[in-house]
Design a protein. Structure first.
Length: 283
């Protein structure tokens, strides 16, 4: 048992480096800074704790860190809500093997959730995600806007795999780089929330080994939940689709999230979605 020493240190260092001391009103001092961002002493001062204690926290050597101290560090480092939650998760005394162990059986959605997806099929592409961004269920219209999930082998039904490893990903997504950054930041959320979930660790390990682009973005240690936003898709049948997405946690299935895609009423994207829905049996 112990903290996730392999992640606490680089995460806090990355967040320190991301801050501009001048914007926080901190002087450079007699000597020009040799590294970007805040020094440990400055974070400790802003958080109201000793330099020694902050150093032990950053090095993963502090035990039983109180919520009040973590809150103070989060304020000092200007962490977002997602980053704050991530820091709390990775400093909990939970086991993390750090190895890519084979996952257990793939999660399944309840029949009622699949019925809900099918009921939206005429106008709303929708799917359900599990930990590690596995795609667990979808409706037929979802297969029409980009990837044909019905044709993919089950182990490849994963949003992160598709973005980084599928040969058509960059053709489908004109804003691929921004989407890739979102995917990686979302996986960081899962990594903190499910530290002992083998599937999450397997996805991360395979992508770090199989994609240089993923490995580069992973080292940035951005943490951001993908709960809403806009996605631009270049559909080979109807052209460009600009869709908004919303992701909802399923209350009775807390590790699963329902994601829906919609277009503004009267927009070109809505008309194109309707065209795809009418040809839903084409694939």
């Amino acid at each position: 048992m112990g903290h996730a020493e392999d992640e606490v240190t680089p995460f806090l260092k990355a967040r320190r480096a991301a801050l501009d001391p001048v914007r926080l009103g901190l002087p450079d001092g007699p000597a020009k800074r040799r590294v970007r961002g805040l020094r440990r002493e400055e974070v400790a001062q802003l958080a109201g704790i000793s330099v020694d204690y902050y150093t032990r926290i950053e090095q993963g050597r502090a035990q039983a860190i109180s919520d009040a101290v973590l809150d103070a560090i989060a304020r000092a480092l200007r962490l977002t809500r997602n980053e704050h939650t991530y820091l709390r998760n990775i400093t909990q005394p939970r086991r993390r093997s750090g190895e890519c162990t084979p996952p257990g059986p793939r999660a399944r959605v309840r029949p009622q959730i699949q019925e809900l997806l099918d009921a939206m099929d005429e106008s709303v592409p929708a799917m359900v995600y599990g930990p590690g961004m596995d795609i667990l269920a979808w409706n037929r219209l979802a297969t029409r806007i980009s990837f044909d999930y019905d044709a993919l082998p089950e182990p490849r039904l994963n949003s992160a795999y598709l973005v980084f490893l599928h040969p058509d990903a960059k053709a489908f997504y004109p804003d691929w780089e921004a989407m890739a950054e979102e995917i990686v930041a979302g996986l960081r959320v899962d990594d903190g929330e499910y530290p002992d979930e083998p599937r999450v660790q397997q996805v991360i390990c395979e992508l770090r080994d199989g994609s240089e682009e993923f490995a580069r973005l992973w080292e940035a240690r951005e943490v951001r939940e993908r709960d809403h936003g806009t996605k631009r898709i270049r559909n080979p049948e109807v052209g460009e689709l600009v869709l908004t997405y919303e992701a909802f946690a399923l209350p009775t299935d807390p590790e699963q999230r329902l994601c829906t895609y919609t277009a503004p009423k009267g927009s070109v994207a809505e008309e194109r979605l309707r065209t795809l829905a009418l040809g839903v049996g084409a694939r």
